[in-house]
Design a protein around this ligand. Structure first.
Ligand code: C5P
Length: 230
């Protein structure tokens, strides 16, 4: 079987709710993402509990600070044994290099957020960044690539170009995924799992279509079936 390409976003306010969902899922079918809300509530204890159940954990804390601080945080994340951790590419070359040096390649995957999808052209102008969001995404992805990070988080609409530019080894992690019959929730632009994989995504971050489903395991199985041929 293919290694799990679905990463379930555990967007919960407490560990109990996250564990309740994890009990219903299968580590053969998905990995799990812990973000700022859940991590702030539970700390690393939950990571250990989920890893004990056999799940790979993506620690989505988007580190962005001076190089030394980010390097130390990355080191701790790697020691926790998480499968993947991320930083903001906007932290710059020195910060990305420090993060890279802190994590041995081939262990915890180190990826970068290029540009938050919540930022539009006006937001960029406000902080003095010239160019269209798509150009900044391309620039930040190149920076992450040059600093030898393992990949980036990007929208499925950006994957085709990034895959062409950076080749098959660069890891592309894509949120904003919905099946045709799913509610888009607050996502503006959604892509089907098939299309995202076809465009070159390695991993799909999926939250509510699984976490809010009546049967989360079934939803996860259906999403896996949808991409199994690719
Ligand atoms: O519920 P849903 O599938 O929309 O959840 C998507 C997950 O991916 C959430 O954890 C969200 O924060 C994250 N994400 C996103 N868009 C980005 C980056 C991360 O939706 N550009």
């Amino acid at each position: 079987m293919h290694e799990p390409r679905i990463i379930v976003a555990l967007d919960f306010p407490d560990g109990k709710s996250a564990l309740r969902l994890a009990h219903q899922l299968d580590p053969q079918l998905c990995r799990l993402k812990i973000g700022k809300e859940l991590f702030t509530a539970t700390g690393p204890q939950l990571i250990e509990q989920l890893m004990t159940k056999g799940f790979d954990v993506f620690l989505d804390l988007k580190f962005h600070d001076i190089p030394n601080t980010v390097a130390k945080a990355c080191q701790v994340a790697a020691h926790l044994g998480v499968w993947m951790v991320n930083v903001h590419a906007l932290g710059g070359r020195k910060m990305l290099q420090a993060a890279r040096e802190a994590i041995t390649p081939g262990t915890t995957k180190l990826i970068a957020v290029t540009l938050l999808t919540s930022m539009d052209q006006d937001d960029l102008a406000d902080i003095g960044l010239a160019g269209q969001p798509a150009q900044i995404v391309g620039r930040m992805a190149r920076l992450a690539y040059e600093c030898e990070l393992d990949g980036v988080v990007c929208s499925a609409l950006e994957t085709t170009q990034l895959r062409q530019q950076f080749g098959s080894e660069f890891c592309l992690v894509t949120p904003g995924i919905r099946m045709h019959d799913n509610n888009a929730d607050d996502q503006r632009r959604v892509t089907t799992p098939q299309q995202a994989i076809r465009n070159g995504a390695n991993y799909l971050v999926i939250g509510r279509p699984i976490t809010q489903a009546n049967d989360p395991l079934l939803a996860c199985q259906q999403l896996n079936s949808a991409i199994s041929g690719f």
